[in-house]
Design a protein around this ligand. Structure first.
Ligand SMILES: [Mn+2]
Length: 427
């Protein structure tokens, strides 16, 4: 299944009248407020979000998994699914692979398939949170933090192998997320577990190509329920600082305890030049892996407000972070869910771009709390969707990606092609 250019054009023509009305009205309003709409559209259109290979199938919980049918059966079909998303929104031009689920059989062929859809390879991810068939030693009690050296060595070698696959495909970063930790008090010696993790990461870091980044993800709990070795941003930041200039912290929105002020974490990391990447999702209780912006859109906006401020700071030494979705869909069509997630990210980004930074800085300096709130909430309450649609139209994407997805009966066609019972690898 491939979406042809003329199908997108036809859809855009059909919906152009209504769109133009909405867009011109908003563009005029913003122009009158002194906003440079042209440059705004450029920024919105340029933002690309990497899609994780594991989010293309139905996720599931420990209670069960309800497959929706037509899921990608191999790496080629995963790339082709992201090709569909990218054809619809021209904003999903990258894939993030998980090894060993996505080991390329023929790297050159995989690369050229991806480039036929205009897709590049984002960060590669290692997996030492479960045992694979034929694996010699178990990760039941940890991997890079394990008490036994031979288990740590096995996990180190896996991470080095992941970097090698990434190099073959043109990736420039590796993401390390560890489930290592403990379920009960006294099960693990905190200091030894941290030291083992640090030394293991040092070994992996020494194999990092010079133009690569190592992204260190943190998570407070789950699957371990008492402690996690890399539990919070501070621990990740500490490791990244000790490892060196190619190591960065990765923020996964779902990996925080309820009510954590994530936007403040973002600001601090950017100030220190150590925010390497983002995993977008949403949650109400824990690591719920729900659609981005479905529960706390205002928090997402406030996070983007800090990101935009950090990125627009000319003195900032923080590189542009890697943008990735990390979610798992239990009840929705995974592709529809990803279209909604990309849209939510771009809405938050566009709203954050509307904030008048100078005016806000003045209000903050003068301790005018009311005005500061008015400035950010005016931006947040602007319906920026016509801007997103216009940016898509200019990039030859669909005015309404989700509507076109349904009009073209994409899922039905994938089920016809692949069958009702296909199950994608991943979480
Ligand atoms: Mn993640």
């Amino acid at each position: 299944m491939k979406i042809e250019k003329n199908q997108v054009e036809q859809h855009n023509q059909q919906h152009s009248k209504q769109h133009e009305r909405n867009f011109l009205f908003l563009a005029e309003t913003l122009t009158n407020q002194g906003v440079d709409v042209g440059s705004l559209l450029q920024k919105i259109g340029n933002l690309q979000i990497a899609i994780p290979s594991w989010a293309l199938g139905t996720g599931g919980t420990r209670f069960g998994r309800f497959s929706g049918g037509g899921e990608p059966r191999n790496l080629e079909e995963k790339i082709s699914d992201i090709g569909l998303l990218h054809a619809l929104n021209r904003s999903s031009g990258a894939i993030s692979l998980h090894i060993p689920w996505d080991i390329p059989q023929d790297a050159e062929a995989t690369k050229s398939l991806a480039s036929s859809y205009d897709i590049i390879f984002d960060a590669v991810n290692s997996n030492t949170f479960q045992d694979q068939k034929d694996q010699k030693l178990s990760y039941k009690f940890g991997s890079l933090a394990h008490t036994h050296k031979d288990v740590r060595q096995q996990a180190i070698e896996h991470n080095i192998e992941v970097i090698k696959y990434g190099q073959m495909l043109g990736s420039k970063a590796t993401t390390v997320w560890l489930s290592d930790g403990s379920c009960f008090p006294a099960q693990q010696n905190f200091r030894k577990a941290f030291q083992n993790t640090y030394e293991s990461l040092q070994s992996i870091y020494s194999h990092l190509p010079h133009d690569w980044k190592m992204l260190i993800e943190y998570k407070p709990y789950e699957p371990n329920f008492y402690s996690t070795v890399i539990q919070d941003w501070g621990t990740s930041f500490l490791l990244a600082n000790k490892l060196g200039k190619q190591a960065f912290t990765l923020v996964d929105l779902g990996h925080h305890l309820p009510n954590t002020n994530i936007e403040q974490i973002v600001a601090t990391l950017m100030m220190e030049g150590k925010l390497g990447g983002f995993h977008f999702n949403d949650s109400k209780y824990g690591d719920d892996d729900l659609t981005v912006g479905s529960i706390k859109p205002y928090q997402l906006f406030l996070i983007f407000s800090e990101l935009v401020e950090g990125m627009e700071d000319k003195n900032s030494k923080n590189p542009i972070p890697a943008w990735m979705i990390d979610a798992s869909h239990n009840v929705k069509d995974p592709l529809e869910d990803l279209l909604q997630s990309v849209e939510a990210i771009k809405i938050a980004y566009a709203q954050a771009l509307l904030i008048d930074r100078k005016e806000l800085a003045d209000a903050q300096h003068n301790n005018d709390t009311v005005k500061a709130q008015e400035i950010v909430q005016n931006a947040y309450r602007t319906d920026v969707r016509p801007l997103l649609a216009e940016a898509r139209r200019r990039n030859k994407a669909a005015l309404m990606p989700l509507t076109l997805f349904r009009e073209l009966k994409v899922r039905e066609k994938l089920v016809d092609e692949r069958g009702k019972l296909t199950i994608a690898t991943g979480l």
